[in-house]
Design a protein around this ligand. Sequence first.
Ligand SMILES: [Mg+2]
Length: 102
Amino acid sequence: MHLEEMKKEIETLVLEKGFYNEPEDIPKKLLFAFIELGEASDAWKKGESEEKIAEELVDVIFYVLDASRLACPSINMDEMFRRKLDKNKSREYQYGEGHRRM
Ligand SMILES: [Mg+2]
């Protein structure tokens, strides 16, 4: 499944379940993504199963894509993923981690 397909499925879920669905809800959705990152970290620290850790990481993806649906609706996230990956690939070795060379 591609990101744009996931966005559509998430939108359907949000509408069916009556979740937040307005542009002013974007900060909440991004906060929830952070909370899910914390849950993933906590699961890893507690030695929980890979299944549990992966489930929390998928929750992060859900909230990020849900926020993208409202924050930048005209952007195709599959195309953006490819463009950003290509951009990062074109950068220098250990870019953004200059502190590691000190
Ligand atoms: Mg969770």
